[in-house]
Design a protein around this ligand. Sequence first.
Ligand code: PLP
Length: 440
Amino acid sequence: MHGTQTIGKNGHLYIGGSDAVRLAEKFGTPLYVYDTALIKQKIRLFQEAFSRHSALNWQIAYASKAFSTLAMIQLAGDFGLSLDVVSGGELYTALKAGFPPERIHFHGNNKSADELARALDAKIGTVIVDNFSELSMLEQMCAARGQKIEILLRITPGVEAHTHEFIMTGHDDTKFGFNLDNGMAERAVFLALHSEHLILKGLHCHIGSQIFETEGFIRAIRALFSHMNEWEHHMHFRMKVLNVGGGFGIKYTSKDHPLPIGRFIDVIADTIEDECARHSLCIPEVWIEPGRSIVGEAGTTLYTLGSSKTIPGIREFISIDGGMTDNIRPALYQANYEAICANRADEPAEKKVTIAGKCCETGDVLIKDAFVPESCKMGDILAVFCTGAYGYSMASHYNRLPNPAVVFVEDGEASIVVRRETYEDLIRNDVPLRTFSSRQ
Ligand code: PLP
């Protein structure tokens, strides 16, 4: 269990002081429940870790792709975070939430002219330029408007890290960024420095997701710094900002042992300080972009258990009233989750079952080996932990399932922050070929 989760005297799971079974009754299922005290705690951990490095200026940009709603963006803004957006839609949400535009960083490998125009109209703080087409499009747009904008260049440092592995990739085979090893990055720095309207503040890199070790960050930072002397001396490029991305690993299941957030920040800060000392360079402002490590563990999805199927000697399936539509991660990349029966949270969970979604896909299995009490039955509430990142934000309407509601809970109060979609919402933008009457 995570954050403020407890088991009440009635044997029910409580989140943020609210009885999960009552939440399911009141708001229906599937339901995304966010423990906002835990989100705030995670933000503070990042901030405290940076504060210990007094020589450093820093910014924490919440990667809103992990979970973007008006309420979440407001929370991030209230806590002094910056914001990473990746599309016109995420930008629109941020602006509608009243997020300060100067703290918005705009990412993406294929930003359209319309998206860039919206970013320029809103006077956002930074565009993280991903490729040469964007570099020239942004320059032309700024020239036409007589506007200047601060940019970072997204660099592909040839380091990839996921969970316990980091890989030095020789060929840098990714759609993102300017590759460091083949001269693309150097050319991009040159072009940006010679632009009249783009103000090159620094560099960005993001090495992967669900990272459990620090080596990948060290390698990526060193790889970038290995070019800095040359770029500073030959091109007069001074890196004022270095953004090292997100990807800090979290505890999805009891098998995950993530590093404390402070450990990542210490290693990143120390490596940057060491590299600056080694190359006699000024220390840049350090930016990071955590997504899942801020919201992942704070999210729990509540489902109602439905039908079951026992295949003797093979397995017992229990189906839920959601699935890959509200959490695509198990089907997409075999992500693992743990769950408990929220109305029997105090009973021993010894029966092994497979939790299946209700979508018409064999691969719609949420948890292959889940443990539930023997007494578990249809109508019970299942709580799947750690669904706060890339669940709601990756939700789909497959099989025309409406998207669930989202509630924030804290100190026994529950507030709805996204209403449940209705069937009417599902067809809102459909245009019928002709009316029934004219077909008859
Ligand atoms: N920054 C960039 C550029 C990303 O692509 C991502 C995730 O894909 C993130 C930050 C956030 O990663 P995470 O949610 O794993 O912290």
